[in-house]
Write a protein that binds this ligand. Structure first.
Ligand SMILES: O=c1ccn([C@@H]2O[C@H](COP(=O)(O)O)[C@@H](O)[C@H]2O)c(=O)[nH]1
Length: 224
């Protein structure tokens, strides 16, 4: 069984990112490079990390008009990402064009509702109802647009998995029991997310900010 843990390398300095990855790489299944890393280090940085041999998840959360997002998808073919994120709220046409522009074999997954938001936050942006209903609605839209799957929290993944049996589900907002949640609001443990149907477990600070990142990665692996 492949390790479902993707380490979120939200580390500003590339040398620190590589040192961290070197420490934990035999206890994770891939690397997630997000906006912080991509804005700081661009294509060259992604190539450097890719040379370390693990699959690359580019968490760029693209959100723009269909033509622009399709152009961005084409511009990252050369990086050969295994997974790329776009925002489901960009709409069906944008998701269809993004998938059509993605490289063969690259999974395109749609962010539904950020794990840092709860229902009060949703209401403030004009979205009524429950987080569960909002995620299910956007999951259906992503499915109909031909995407591979979605990003959601561990609170929703079981229900989405039930409706979308062969979907690919990325779950961030993971905290091993008792760890600080920080800015994350919809949180579960890595084990619960996996048991409920997550395909990929995104874990950042519980490993990267641990006193001993290797011990933290090993401990998480042991719970799976
Ligand atoms: O809804 C989302 C979508 C993406 N993320 C990203 O996952 C990691 C989580 O990091 P932690 O340090 O484990 O909280 C981070 O890179 C986010 O950009 C998310 O948290 N929620």
């Amino acid at each position: 069984m492949t390790n479902p843990v993707y380490l979120a390398l939200d580390v500003p300095k590339i040398d620190a990112a590589k040192a961290l990855l070197n420490k934990v790489k035999s206890h994770i299944g891939g690397v997630k490079l997000g906006l912080e890393f991509f804005c700081a280090h661009g294509h060259a940085g992604v190539h450097e990390i890719a040379h370390m041999g693990l699959p690359i998840f580019l968490d760029l959360k693209l959100h723009d008009i269909p033509n622009t997002v399709a152009g961005a998808m084409q511009a990252i073919h050369v990086l050969e990402p295994a997974i790329v994120t776009i925002h489901a709220s960009g709409g069906r046409a944008m998701m269809e064009d993004a998938k059509a522009a993605a490289a063969d074999g690259c999974k395109v997954v749609a962010v539904t509702m950020l794990t840092s938001l709860d229902e009060r936050d949703m209401a403030r942006t004009g979205i009524g109802g429950s987080a569960h209903d909002q995620v299910m609605r956007l999951a259906e839209l992503a499915h109909d647009a031909g995407l591979d799957g979605i990003v959601c929290s561990g609170h929703e993944v079981k229900a989405v998995h039930k409706q979308w049996k062969d979907g690919f589900f990325v779950v961030p907002g993971l905290r091993p029991g008792g760890k600080a949640t920080g800015d994350q609001k919809r949180v579960v443990t890595p084990r619960q997310a996996r048991d409920d149907g997550a395909s990929v477990l995104v874990i950042g600070r519980p490993i990267s900010r641990a006193d001993d990142p290797l011990a933290a990665a090993r401990a998480i692996e042991a719970t799976l």
